[in-house]
Write a protein that binds this ligand. Sequence first.
Ligand code: ATP
Ligand code: MG
Length: 310
Amino acid sequence: MSGNGDGGLVRARGLAKRFGDFAAVRGIDLDVRPGEAFGFLGPNGAGKSSTMRMVACVSPRTEGDLTVLGMDPLTQGPRIRARLGVVPQQDNLDTELTVRENLYVYGRYFGLSKSVVRAKATELMEFAQLADRADDQVEPLSGGMKRRLTIARSLINDPDLLLLDEPTTGLDPQARHLLWDRLFRLKQQGVTLIVTTHYMDEAEQLCDRLVVMDGGRIVAEGSPGELISRYSTREVLELRFTPGDQDPAAVEGLAERVEVLPDRLLLYTADGEATLAAAHARGVTPLSSLVRRSTLEDVFLHLTGRTLVD
Ligand SMILES: Nc1ncnc2c1ncn2[C@@H]1O[C@H](COP(=O)(O)OP(=O)(O)OP(=O)(O)O)[C@@H](O)[C@H]1O
Ligand SMILES: [Mg+2]
């Protein structure tokens, strides 16, 4: 019945999306496994949302194969959507309704009974820490509150697969951590998560596996740990300079790889302290220095030559 015979909750082969002449997604392969948290990490315009919208059955693919929960979005969109929770990148709440009414209307749309929706709405307002705003109109709520309501709304039908497009954009650090914790609990209950994010820490915290997307293509895939060990060194030495003062020639040969950012040099090395000592011995005098572990940001920088977060 569920039709997940091949084991993949989402399976894509050569999936592509064009808008006129422009190719937003250029033939990607995906296999999302039941129960995992799967991430799309990539910069603006990478094609993350375009991919999510195809999976969410709100945007038809241009080319390739796609199955979601074992079904084809082109022919079985409504049946798939009934089992999905969707958090679009832009909140699309009904701002003239109250918090409670937004949940209620959405739940009724899924065909849930009045009493079930009422109970579920109360539970989800607690989940989103919006219980004290239950009967307030949505319009004047803060951006973070609206985001939390959109996330709560996505859970009204107890989805098997939750699609979250930049879920924590606009949330303060405390709310982000709280959401990660909630998502982790949903995963423990067996919900499969697909998340897009610009935030490498979010991807590292949340995702069992992820793909790095750039320019409509998947440029790498693996667990956060695998990606870091494949594409980066154990440690990174950051040397900070007055913008414009950094000179990569001065550290040549000291590290496996050097990245030049506007205000610093990143030296990729197994032993940051030893590399720092070697730099000092050469007379390199940064304003400050820092040794840290490699992150997905370093992976992304290596793969694309660009930073993820501005
Ligand atoms: N409806 C559309 N019509 C035309 N072009 C579009 C449309 N939707 C997206 N695009 C283009 O497709 C490319 C990928 O966009 P998409 O929104 O998928 O990227 P993204 O990875 O989600 O970026 P962001 O991180 O900014 O959300 C962009 O160049 C965008 O301008
Ligand atoms: Mg997007």
